[in-house]
Design a protein around this ligand. Structure first.
Ligand SMILES: [Zn+2]
Length: 736
């Protein structure tokens, strides 16, 4: 329960009823609950209220109001109308649509939508203002303070800075009574973006794409465009022109820019601020709750007109959303896999449809789903040619690890080490890319051969040297690395197998003791600010060799980076899921796309054991169309997305017998429908997580089938026992 609700406890309202309010609560409940509206409360749909649930008061949202018919059973009254912005009708509709689509309770997406509304308000700030009293003596420094204070009431330190004087001058004026402290609510408004400021200089290809996007927005209403251009072709400048057009056309219009990684937000926020002369609202998990509350309230009030954020920003209460940009639209991070399961790119299109807004999906390596929509004409397809300000793409070559393997216990092959040496000699930068966190992905005992696994989960423990611990990346379980094998009792017998970024960093330091080596992964970069510092250090040339996971592979501009080494190009191909080849292609294209900017040609070296694989060949040839065509043909033959639809069901339970009984009953209960095939139940590849056994179904359906409705019908036919959980994942990305 939020603070606002708890403060209201005990204040009983008049019980003279006239209307019934349906109130959706942000929790996993099947539907909105009915409450009586106390006389005179004057509720409207979208209002935030406090309502009793059992012994508690909970925060909810009014979804419907109707006249009470006589003879109804008495309902509990709404406790209070909260002093908080109303959820716009479109936001409510979107929340309910998202729940139907995901086959989940509507309270789940509502909880995401209210995440900022329930955060504490920012604390008030102290500012200084002129009292009208004249100073005892007037020095030049004091005059400057008085002038600055006359323009705007500022906090003491800010006032001193604005006047260009020391804080002592300001303090003396306060002591004299010339300035007085006033406490005000923290800044509730955002400066209005100015779309008339000059944008970046666009090349012909960018200008054409920007023109097409402006024309699309001028048509108004729902439209989707794919902005398709290789890394470095300048997609950001183009979509910022679309944003400018949307903001200029309507003084209330709002724009949302979605990004897959928190690490990317700072760079885009800087670009937006530069373009429009005002910082946008920032929305992701690292934003502290009071700042989130400020953004939430300002978005709902129409005072925040541009938001840059991670996937959950899609659930913000925009009253006038006119444009959604999904940058790096292919990125799998847009898929939320825990709790409420959704894909932010797909839901962005839905939200835009509800709002009558435009969508720009930007990528250098669009997803097959999006490409298919572009090919069939459902989306406009805007292709940017060439790299912005550079003619050459990096040269990509394969290192066949069967022919030139690294030395024993090392991970960088001689050709890669040689290239790194040349690059370092020239004072240029290297990015070593390995999409594997930690030091070693596998720890085993050389005495008994047992692998170290988590106690309650089927996953291998990953060694982290920085923390000296063995970590389960799935559940976060960790333990100190033991000196004694827990299986056979041998001493100092545990060895680390395979490389993670930390181990590659160690090797790079040994090979190039004079080079400045850094590592970038979610274990070493904890928040957006640290990510920004690291990216700036790389951009400014303070790092010679950067070892990074995928977090650094996308979206950044490193002008002095001329070599990208992909340590294990085969890694993604071993995933065994439907998008393995596509994802590998995308990641490698992004990672190699970092190399060479401006006048310096770049090169990329890929270490692989499978140089003949279609993905590797397409990369070397830089032939995306060939790769896409081959992959599309395979998917079409198998009826897989984008040619068919998939849903996954994960059923888990603590009691194996109860689980087994339930999944058999569930298989029996599946509706028999043309165009739907069900595979399973089967043991999930990760058969045990946090002590829960897991079984899976995979459902394949023709595109014409309403898969969400089918899954909802199926789930309604079974009632799992309390110990069993059923999770439905429409359009799954994980097959574990
Ligand atoms: Zn052992």
């Amino acid at each position: 329960m939020c603070a606002a609700c708890s403060r209201l406890g005990g204040q009983r309202k008049s019980l003279l009823m006239s209307r019934i309010a349906s109130i959706l609560l942000p929790m996993p409940l099947p539907e909105a609950f009915d409450y009586a509206e106390p006389d005179g409360m004057g509720l409207e749909v979208g209002d935030q209220v406090a309502a009793p649930l059992g012994p508690r008061l909970v925060h909810g949202v009014v979804t419907a109001l109707r006249e009470a018919a006589g003879g109804n059973r008495p309902l509990k009254p709404v406790e209070a109308l909260l002093d908080a912005p109303r959820l716009p009708p479109n936001t409510l509709e979107f929340v309910q649509w998202a729940a139907r689509y995901a086959v989940d309770w509507p309270g789940q997406p509502l909880a995401i939508a209210l995440r900022g509304a329930r955060a504490p308000k920012p604390r008030p700030v102290k500012v200084l203002e002129l009292t009208g009293q004249a100073p005892q003596r007037l020095t030049p420094a004091r005059s400057k303070v008085l002038q600055a204070a006359a323009v705007q009431a500022l906090a003491p330190a800010e006032l001193a800075r604005a006047a260009g004087v020391s804080t002592g001058v300001v303090k003396a004026l306060v002591d004299e009574g010339v300035l007085a402290v006033r406490v005000i609510e923290a800044q509730a408004r955002f400066d209005d973006p100015d779309p008339s400021r000059p944008g970046a200089q666009l090349n012909a290809s960018q200008a054409a794409a920007a023109g097409a996007l402006k024309a699309m927005l001028a048509e108004s209403g729902f439209n989707v465009a794919l902005l398709d251009g290789v890394t470095g072709s300048g997609k950001t400048e183009v979509y910022l022109e679309a944003a400018a057009a949307a903001l200029a056309a309507d003084p209330a219009a709002q724009v949302l820019i979605l990004l897959p990684e928190i690490a990317l937000t700072q760079a885009v926020i800087a670009r937006v601020t530069e373009r429009f002369g005002a910082p946008p609202g920032e929305w992701h998990s690292d934003v502290p709750p009071p700042a989130r509350r400020r953004v939430w309230d300002a978005v709902a009030g129409g005072r925040c007109r541009i938001v840059v954020g991670a996937r959950s920003a899609l659930f913000l209460p925009f009253p006038d959303l006119k444009l959604i940009v999904v940058d790096e639209e292919h990125d799998a991070s847009f898929k939320q896999e825990e709790g409420f399961i959704y894909h932010a790119r797909d839901l962005a299109v839905v939200r835009a449809k509800i709002e009558g807004a435009g969508v720009v999906l930007a990528s250098a390596t669009p997803s097959l789903e999006t490409l298919r929509n572009a090919e069939t004409g459902r989306y406009r397809w805007l292709r940017l040619s060439g790299r912005h300000g550079i003619a050459q793409l990096p040269q990509i070559s394969l290192i066949d690890l069967r022919e030139t393997p690294p030395e024993q216990g090392r991970w960088l092959s001689p050709p890669l080490v040689e290239a790194m040496g040349e690059t370092f000699q020239r004072g240029e930068q290297t990015l070593l890319f390995l999409n594997r966190r930690g030091y070693a992905p596998l720890v085993l005992c050389k005495a008994c051969g047992q692998r170290m696994t988590a106690p309650d989960t089927d996953s291998w423990l990953v060694e982290h040297r920085y923390s000296g611990r063995l970590v389960c990346h799935l559940t976060g379980f960790s333990m100190p690395k033991p000196r004694i094998c827990p299986h056979c009792g041998a001493h100092d017998s545990l060895v680390s197998i395979g490389p993670g970024v930390e181990r590659v960093e160690e090797e790079a330091r040994q090979l190039f003791p004079d080079a400045r080596v850094s590592v970038f992964s979610s274990d070493t970069i904890f928040d957006a600010r640290e990510a920004k510092r690291m990216i700036e250090a790389m951009a400014d040339g303070h790092i010679d060799i950067l070892v990074a996971t995928q977090a650094a592979a996308k979206g950044h501009n490193f002008p002095n980076l001329t070599l990208v080494g992909v340590v294990d190009a085969d890694l993604g191909l071993r995933g065994g899921d439907l998008r393995a080849a596509e994802r590998t292609y995308q990641l490698l294209a992004q990672a190699t796309g970092r190399a060479g900017r401006r006048d310096r040609p770049g090169r990329a070296l890929l270490q692989t054991y499978a140089p003949e694989h279609a993905v590797m060949q397409a990369l070397v040839a830089q032939d995306r169309d060939a790769f896409v065509a081959a992959e599309m043909a395979e998917r079409e033959m198998a009826g897989l997305p984008p040619f068919g639809r998939l849903a996954a069901v994960v059923v888990s339970g603590l009691d194996p017998a109860a689980l087994e009984t339930f999944v058999r009953a569930m298989a029996q209960a599946a509706p028999n429908t043309d165009g739907v095939a069900i595979y399973g139940p089967a043991d999930a590849p990760l058969g045990l997580i946090r002590g829960r056994r897991r079984k899976r179904f995979l459902v394949r359906a023709d595109r014409t089938v309403d898969l969400s409705a089918y899954m909802a019908t199926w789930r309604a036919r079974v009632k799992p026992p309390a110990s069993v959980r059923v999770a439905i994942d429409i359009d799954p990305y994980s097959f574990l």
